[in-house]
Design a protein around this ligand. Structure first.
Ligand SMILES: [Zn+2]
Length: 454
């Protein structure tokens, strides 16, 4: 008979303790530590599996002996996902897809399951087979290789895996799974840890890629465990405002590729549409001239992206001026406002400033600074900017306009989309090339002001 054992886990960060305490030493939160029942498997099981393991344990090799032929990636048929993964699924890898409830994680993975040319087992602990079928029919009426299983116990899932022999396994979601080896309830840290460990073992031994869905808490961390993020190979995040039509897929961790790539989808009744030319959707097509908007030429990963910045500057109605941003770092906005005040003499200290990156995406490319400043000044002066102009430069504390990476690519994108001018730093090194677009080079914030408003 197995011995019953309990352990204390912080429900926020997953830190483990031998006895209860009020505050978690690891993440500093109070009252997050909960006792969980942990039951080890029969010792006999461990022995036999250890023996099995010893047989196929790896041996040290000389570097020259290691086979370095690139692993065959599995194409998912979804270009946006493939790009974010770094070129497709790696056999035997564990990928976690995180995101807020309702954002469309299940839709994305169901859609990919239905389109795969591999045999896929889609395991759901969230919905019934009928519900999934109804959703599947809306997305893709003729899927070929997709098996649906509603099950939450890992041991039963593995039994079905043996039957179906899938080439890809999808789990919706890790929080619903439970393993017989652990006593605590589904979604608790010890269950998530154990189930993930079992799935990793399965993935590595069978060389089958596994995709997991993980829900995210309001604070933005994957519900419960940071541990989960450490265990898996790749962490993808699916984001975007629930009220916005667009969804952004990005990698937070990727053992097999870069974390700079971005996938963009449009939510439609029939599922998620891949957005192949994101710049066009992120720029609103207003016919009238509106003050307070400016276009930035940014890069997300390897892909250039034109985004629209909207600013609203108005006299503060209440005592303390309000500063509010969507999709942009509020501290950075305050810094830029201080630069405008100190270096260009604009009195913005007593004004409300609202800033919005349209499309519901979050940008951390410093090259949008100049567009932010242009939008703020345009709103403050109530003078609209030229509609077919755009910006790509960072703004420094001394009011200098700084060059940004891969400026040539940004200029090319602006030109491709029909912009007639782009404002960049004077120090930008632009290779000699026959650009059609007018390139305005500025050195200081004063130059920007005189350029924009004469
Ligand atoms: Zn903690």
């Amino acid at each position: 008979m197995a011995k019953v054992k309990t352990t204390f886990y912080c429900q926020k960060c997953g830190a483990q303790y031998s006895k209860w305490q009020g505050k978690c030493n690891s993440c500093g939160d109070w009252n997050t530590i909960v006792e969980e029942l942990v039951q080890k498997a029969d010792p006999k099981d461990w022995k036999t599996s250890a023996k099995k393991e010893a047989k196929k344990a790896s041996k040290p090799l000389l570097i020259a002996e290691i086979d370095n032929t690139p692993q065959n990636r599995m194409n998912t048929g979804n270009n946006e996902l493939d790009r974010v993964l770094g070129g497709g699924l790696v056999p035997g890898s564990l990928t976690l897809l995180g995101g807020e409830p309702g954002i469309g994680k299940s839709t994305l993975l169901l859609q990919i399951s239905l389109g795969l040319k591999y045999r896929v087992l889609y395991v759901s602990g969230e919905e019934s087979q009928q519900q999934i079928k109804m959703r599947a029919e809306r997305i893709n009426p003729n899927p070929a290789n997709c098996f649906i299983l509603t099950e939450t116990k890992t041991q039963n899932i593995f039994r079905q895996v043996e039957e179906v022999e899938p080439e890809v396994v999808i789990i919706d979601s890790i929080q619903t799974l439970h393993s017989d080896y652990i006593e605590s309830s589904p979604g608790s840290i010890s269950q998530i840890r154990e189930c993930t460990a079992e799935l990793i073992k399965f993935a590595k031994e069978s060389n089958t890629p596994v995709l997991l869905i993980g829900h995210i808490t309001k604070e933005g961390s994957i519900a419960g465990p940071k541990v989960l993020e450490h265990m898996v190979d790749t962490v993808l995040q699916f984001e975007g405002d629930r009220n916005h039509v667009y969804r952004i897929l990005r990698a937070h961790k990727n053992r097999f590729g870069s974390t700079h790539e971005l996938g963009i989808y449009e939510m439609q009744g029939s599922g998620l549409r891949e957005v192949t030319n994101p710049s066009e959707i992120l720029i609103s097509k207003n016919e009238e001239d509106l003050s307070g908007t400016a276009i930035a030429s940014t890069l997300e990963g390897m892909r250039p992206l034109m985004i629209e910045i909207q600013a609203l500057v108005s006299t503060a109605v209440y005592g303390t001026p309000q500063r509010s941003t969507t999709g942009y770092n509020a501290k950075r906005l305050n810094m830029l406002l201080a630069v405008l005040e100190k270096r260009a003499g604009f009195r913005l200290g007593a004004k409300d400033v609202f800033l919005n990156v349209t499309g519901g995406i979050t940008v951390d490319d410093p090259a949008i600074d100049l567009a932010v400043i242009a939008a703020i000044l345009s709103s403050n002066e109530d003078i609209s900017l030229e509609k077919d102009s755009c910006f790509a430069a960072e703004v420094g504390l001394a009011g200098e306009i700084r060059p940004v990476t891969r400026v040539e690519q940004r200029i090319l994108e602006a030109e491709k989309l029909g912009f007639s001018s782009i404002m960049v730093s004077k120090q930008s090194k632009i290779p000699k090339s026959n650009f059609q677009i007018q390139i305005i080079r500025v050195a200081r914030i004063e130059d920007v002001v005189s350029h924009l408003f004469g």
